[in-house]
Design a protein around this ligand. Structure first.
Ligand SMILES: NC(=O)c1ccc[n+]([C@@H]2O[C@H](COP(=O)([O-])OP(=O)(O)OC[C@H]3O[C@@H](n4cnc5c(N)ncnc54)[C@H](O)[C@@H]3O)[C@@H](O)[C@H]2O)c1
Length: 271
C-alpha cells in the first residue's frame, strides 16, 4: 500500500531505464507522481511506462542522451506539455569509466563529466523555470560514496561525484527563497547493471562481490529499491527543512576506514 506522498507532483527522472532510476520511476508512480522516464533506451522506457499505466499510474517515455543539451531541453518541454508542470528533478543518469588517470583521453574525460555532471547543469538550466512556478519543488542529485572518498581506477567518476556535492550546495542556496530544496543522495554498493558490468570484468564476479562486501558493515549490497526510497524522501515533505545536504546510504561502508566482518551478518538472512 503506498502513502501517495507524491500525489499531484510531476517528476523528471534521468537514467530511469535501469537500476536505481528505474526503481525510482516505479516507486514515484506508486506514490502518485506523474513520471517522465528519461533514458537513451526508449524501448525499455516504453515497457516501464506500460507497467506503470497498467497499475493506474501516469508516465511518459522520453528518449534522451543527458549529455546533449538540446535533448535535455526537449525532454523537459515534453514533460511540462504532457503533465502541465514540473515539481521534481532527479539527476540519476551516470556512467563509470575504469582506468587510471594517465590512460584517460580528453574524450573519455569529457564523456564521463558530460554524462555525470554537465547533464545536471542542463536539466536545471532548462528545468528551473518550471520548478520556480511551484510553492515547493525538489531536486535530487545522485552522488556516490565516491563523493567522499577515492576509489581505485575511477579518477573522472570520482571527480564528477565530488563536484556533485558542491553543485548541490550552490543550488540549494540560490533557490531556497523560491521554495526549492536540493539534496544529494550518495549510495554505496548497489546491485544494478552498472555494478554487474564492473564485476563481470573480473575473473570471478561473485568472489569479487563477496570480497568487497566484507568491508561493508551490513555485509549486503543495496537493492535499487532501497535507494529509491531515499530519493522519495528527498522529493517530498518527509524531508522538510533539509537542503544543501547529502545522505549516505551504504549499509555502513564508509563508517570505518579499516574494518572487515567475519563473513556473515544477519542482514544476509531473511528478516
Ligand atoms: N550501482 C552502484 O553501486 C552505485 C553506487 C553509487 C552511485 N551510483 C550511481 O547511481 C546512479 C544510477 O546508476 P545505477 O547503479 O542504477 O546503474 P545503471 O547503469 O543501471 O543506471 C545508469 C543509467 O544511466 C543511464 N545513462 C548513462 N549514460 C546516459 C546518457 N548519456 N543519457 C541518458 N542516460 C544515460 C544508463 O542507460 C542507465 O539507465 C548513477 O549516477 C551511479 O553513478 C551507483
Amino acid at each position: 500500500m503506498s502513502s501517495q506522498r507524491l500525489q499531484g507532483k510531476v517528476a523528471w527522472i534521468s537514467g530511469a531505464t535501469s537500476g536505481i532510476g528505474e526503481a525510482a520511476a516505479r516507486l514515484f508512480a506508486q506514490e502518485g507522481a506523474a513520471v517522465a522516464v528519461i533514458g537513451r533506451r526508449v524501448e525499455l522506457a516504453n515497457k516501464i511506462v506500460e507497467d506503470i499505466e497498467k497499475n493506474n499510474g501516469q508516465a511518459i517515455a522520453i528518449a534522451c542522451d543527458v549529455s546533449d543539451e538540446t535533448q535535455v531541453r526537449d525532454s523537459i518541454v515534453k514533460t511540462v506539455e504532457r503533465f502541465g508542470g514540473l515539481h521534481i528533478i532527479v539527476n540519476n543518469a551516470g556512467m563509470v569509466d575504469l582506468r587510471p588517470l594517465h590512460e584517460v583521453t580528453n574524450e573519455q574525460w569529457d564523456r564521463v563529466m558530460g554524462v555525470n555532471l554537465k547533464s545536471v547543469f542542463y536539466s536545471l538550466k532548462h528545468g528551473l523555470a518550471a520548478l520556480r512556478n511551484n510553492q515547493r519543488s525538489y531536486i535530487v542529485n545522485v552522488g556516490s560514496i565516491s563523493s567522499f572518498v577515492g576509489q581505485a581506477s575511477t579518477p573522472v567518476y570520482t571527480t564528477s561525484k565530488h563536484a556533485m556535492l558542491g553543485l548541490t550546495r550552490s543550488i540549494a542556496l540560490d533557490y531556497a527563497v523560491e521554495g526549492i530544496r536540493c539534496n544529494c543522495l550518495c549510495p554505496g554498493i548497489t546491485d544494478t547493471p552498472m555494478l554487474r558490468e564492473h564485476l563481470n570484468e573480473t575473473v570471478d564476479p561473485d568472489a569479487t562481490l563477496a570480497n568487497r562486501l566484507r568491508r561493508v558493515a551490513m555485509g549486503v549490497p543495496l537493492t535499487p529499491m532501497d535507494v529509491a526510497h531515499s530519493i522519495v524522501y528527498f522529493s517530498c515533505e518527509d524531508s522538510v527543512g533539509v537542503t544543501g545536504t547529502s545522505l549516505v546510504i551504504d549499509c555502513g561502508y564508509l563508517t570505518a576506514a579499516e574494518w572487515e566482518h567475519s563473513g556473515h551478518t544477519r542482514f544476509m538472512e531473511p528478516a
